[in-house]
Design a protein around this ligand. Structure first.
Ligand SMILES: Cc1cc2nc3c(=O)[nH]c(=O)nc-3n(C[C@H](O)[C@H](O)[C@H](O)COP(=O)(O)O)c2cc1C
Length: 198
């Protein structure tokens, strides 16, 4: 059994304490918390000035049901069967407009821009003690249809949003993910090089 975790105190604490949450407590996310996350998204978008990323926060029960089924649709969605059963208070849907962001060679910057803002929102949620789970595996066409998004829009990431449970029991997917993935640390030298003047 893991938990409960204490509230993070600074940015490094937030980064280290954030974990993917796939099972949620029943408590809802409050309007003040949603407002703060929306403002974080706005700050991120403002830093870019492109108007490409935009975010949907979905709390309506019927829209949530449609969305969870749409996430599971298609080949990629099938990696996340748990999404059909999770009881998250809401969802964050991170969208980008490729036509409003630069393309540098073969790099489509709408992906980087949207991901950058999404991670700010994810960390802000962690600071509030809320849980998220970044989803790359979802049926994009289904999600777009479920939310009435137009052809110009790409859905870059989706995440449930809610209160983590008090305890994470052995056997839950989150328990396994934490022990197999989250606890692993690669050597700093393998992922970061500091280039200094001689
Ligand atoms: C780009 C991206 C896509 C991901 N897609 C999924 C996904 O489709 N399903 C899922 O359960 N977790 C997904 N994750 C979460 C990872 O599995 C998770 O980050 C990893 O298990 C490490 O655990 P932690 O986030 O608790 O540290 C994704 C994470 C990232 C960054």
């Amino acid at each position: 059994m893991i938990g409960p975790e204490k509230k993070p105190a600074n940015l490094m604490d937030v980064i280290k304490s954030r974990r993917s949450v796939r099972k949620y407590a029943d408590a809802v996310v409050g309007p003040d918390e949603v407002e703060l996350l929306a403002r974080v998204a706005r700050e991120g978008v403002r830093a870019l000035g492109t108007g490409s990323p935009f975010f949907l926060f979905v709390f309506d029960p019927e829209a949530k049901r449609r969305l969870s089924r749409a996430i599971f649709s298609g080949w990629f969605g099938k990696v996340n069967p748990w999404i059909l059963f999770t009881r998250a208070s809401g969802y964050i849907v991170a969208c980008g407009r490729p036509d409003r962001a630069a393309i540098v060679g073969d790099k489509y910057l709408y992906l980087a821009e949207t991901a950058m803002v999404m991670e700010l929102v994810v960390l802000a949620a962690a600071e509030l003690g809320l849980g998220t789970c970044w989803l790359g595996g979802f049926g994009e066409e289904g999600v777009k249809k479920a939310l009435g998004l137009d052809d110009q829009t790409r859905v870059v990431a989706v995440s449930p949003l809610g209160r983590p449970p008090e305890k994470i029991r052995a056997g839950w997917l989150d328990y396994v993910a934490r022990n197999l993935v989250s606890k692993r640390r690669v050597d700093l030298g393998k992922i970061v090089s500091v280039v200094n003047k001689k």
